[in-house]
Design a binder for this molecule. Sequence first.
Ligand code: SAM
Ligand code: SF4
Length: 343
Amino acid sequence: MTSLITDTVSHVGTLDTFGRPLRDLRISVTDRCNFRCTYCMPKEVYGRGHRFLERRELLTFEEIARVAEVFVSLGTRKIRITGGEPLVRRDLERLVEQLAGLGVELTLTTNASLLAAKAPALVAAGLDRITISLDALDDATFRALNDVDFPVAQVLEGIDAAVDAGLPVKVNAVVKRGVNEDQIVPMAAYFKERGETLRFIEFMDVGHTNGWRLDDVVPAREIVAALDAEFGVEPVDPSYRGEVAQRWRYRDGSGEVGVIASVTQPFCGDCTRARLSAEGRLFTCLFAVRGSDLRALVRGGASDEELAAAVRGIWSGRSDRYSDLRSAATAGLQRVEMSYIGG
Ligand SMILES: C[S@@+](CC[C@H](N)C(=O)[O-])C[C@H]1O[C@@H](n2cnc3c(N)ncnc32)[C@H](O)[C@@H]1O
Ligand code: SF4
């Protein structure tokens, strides 16, 4: 496989129909989660009766690592482990260790509920950085949002443990109108003081279960206006093509804050991300309906070269740009759920 990597990576890598390279791979390791965030896995849908994937349906760590190596051979430079909640999958550090061997940037997105105990093992296994999702500092608001009455203090402990273990931390907060917009300024103040980058994300119309309405979206420009009024912020140039967060720096020099305007200012033109579901389906857009079944190839005995040819074929035919096209006409389209595809 090493020769496959050196053979194909020397050039720009694999491009889609709009010339977008296959730079990032997000790997969902489970469709399960210990939270029921109201905007992601509402209890009415993910309560009793919901059929989650069974263990045998999930790619094993060895299968994931093999597929990831194929992506690296095609130019992927960054891998993000996600879910569902990735830390509910047992022995996740074993996967981290295998992926760390691929020599690309390796990161993880988590709700941090289980992080305090796991952070040292993740670092020892080779994790480079971590993104933590936290939508409120106010305990009552946070408990209502995760909808399993999980206390915010335990997430903050998880963040501390990641920092203590030496992991660079970013924090992502989804903002929903009338739910947690009052948390924008307090959260910014808290993470500004600590020197950790916080990014606010517009509530997105992923899936069909979260009852999304445009009225629930707090536009990024409104978030930036609130930050500017309180702290004073100025824009920072993006550090690389495809950076999804718009960066802002505090005028007092105390660090940065970001906004991800996926609804009001879509960034499909620069989207270099592929997503692998926990059962091995490849999705080329967060808003895709059907994925391509890579597990069938892996379990059917395909060689690395055959797998690479399949992925290259899928990516080079890619023409997705859902968020650019979002309109009344696309509202009724079928979409896959975020907790399944991996956020
Ligand atoms: C699906 S979660 C998976 C990883 C992990 N459980 C976590 O929460 O960090 C990944 C990210 O997707 C975000 N997310 C989920 N549903 C969303 C929505 N409707 N709009 C915007 N972001 C969403 C979450 O806030 C989280 O930051
Ligand atoms: S956002 Fe993350 S923590 Fe919340 S329900 Fe979805 S997968 Fe779970």
